[in-house]
Design a protein around this ligand. Structure first.
Ligand SMILES: O=C[C@H](O)COP(=O)(O)O
Length: 318
């Protein structure tokens, strides 16, 4: 093993310190909650980000579902904007995240930002493996797994981004994504993750992926995480040109949305929260029933092995 590999963080499950919020929540509550996240990527400069934080924090505090917790909302700004975001969202349930996290422990890793430091300042989620990082910065599945391990070891919930690079039919995309998820969680200690299904071809586009495509893939991913006890409390959200109207159409086939450009307008963001609130209310009514009881028989749920098993046996609709 190289020195590089030796410094990579790969804690055992005993070392993991799950996010206090996530460990407190039951798996059922995590599933009844609807999750809405925003990544600001590098679109905003510092002052524009501060203005957006102040506006959105005020709206979050006044929004019954966000303030009350039935809609879990997270914001992921640039590293430099994190302290301002933590200040602005202090006193609200809004989670602040980072767009990346180092796979390494503190030390001689110039330019990196460690999970230790992110946790120290109050970061609660970390985006890992976004398509732009995989494409532009050569991040591999091995690296993303190491980053997810580092995050969970410090009580930070990974927002693990996966998605097929080229357009595929929905069943093939579902299989490819379940397999990618298993690879990205290989060796990662016990803990909940926010799986962000983002088909690469739908990112930065005019429209999201077709509704039935999204539903087929997210249902297969949700069945895969549900089958793995190590991932209790995990959720599956969709990103890629998502905006108002999508969640209302997708309904319970997703656990939420991951927004980019279409959250820059705070009015649009509030419209998505409103849709998330309606979905969360319908889920709360169903919490005593088996999970996903509202899915029609025959819809993709299939025989899904734990994520650590071979993913190719997942059944999906043709
Ligand atoms: O991180 C967010 C996703 O990449 C989606 O971005 P987008 O909605 O601007 O396509």
């Amino acid at each position: 093993m190289t020195a590089h590999e030796l410094r990579r963080i790969a804690p055992s499950s005993q070392d993991s310190a799950p996010n206090p919020r996530s460990s407190r929540d039951s798996a059922e509550f995590a599933r009844s909650q609807v999750t809405v996240g925003v990544s600001l990527k590098t679109y905003f400069g510092h002052e524009r980000a501060r203005t957006w934080f102040a506006d959105v924090a005020q709206r979050a505090a006044a929004h019954p579902a966000v303030a009350g917790g039935s809609v879990r909302f997270f914001v992921i700004p640039t590293y430099l904007q994190i302290p301002a975001a933590l200040d602005a969202f202090g006193g609200t349930p809004v989670l602040v995240g980072a767009q990346d996290v180092s796979e390494f422990a503190p030390g001689a890793y110039t330019g990196e930002v460690t999970a230790d430091e992110l946790a120290e300042v109050g970061v609660q989620v970390a985006e890992i493996g976004h398509a732009e990082r995989r494409r532009l910065f050569d991040e591999t599945d091995t690296v993303t797994a190491a980053k997810a391990a580092a995050a969970l070891a410090h009580g930070i919930t990974p927002v693990l981004c996966i998605g097929e690079a080229e357009r595929l039919g929905a069943p093939a995309a579902a299989l490819a994504n379940v397999e990618q998820l298993a690879t990205n969680l290989d060796g990662v200690p016990v803990g909940p993750v926010i799986v962000a299904y983002e088909p690469v071809w739908a990112i930065g586009a005019a429209e999201p992926a077709p509704d039935d495509h999204i539903a087929t893939v997210t249902r297969a991913l949700r069945a895969a995480v549900d089958a793995d006890p190590a991932r209790a409390g995990s959720v599956v959200i969709y990103g890629g040109s998502a905006g108002p109207g999508l969640l209302a159409r997708l309904g319970d086939s997703v656990d939420g949305l991951f927004l980019g450009r279409f959250a820059h307008d705070p009015d649009a963001l509030v419209a998505v929260w409103d849709e998330a609130s309606v979905l969360a209310s319908s889920r709360i009514l169903h919490t005593v029933e088996p999970q996903h009881a509202d899915e029609t028989p025959g819809e993709p749920h299939g025989l899904v092995p734990p994520l650590s098993s071979h993913a190719k046996t997942v059944e999906v609709d043709a």
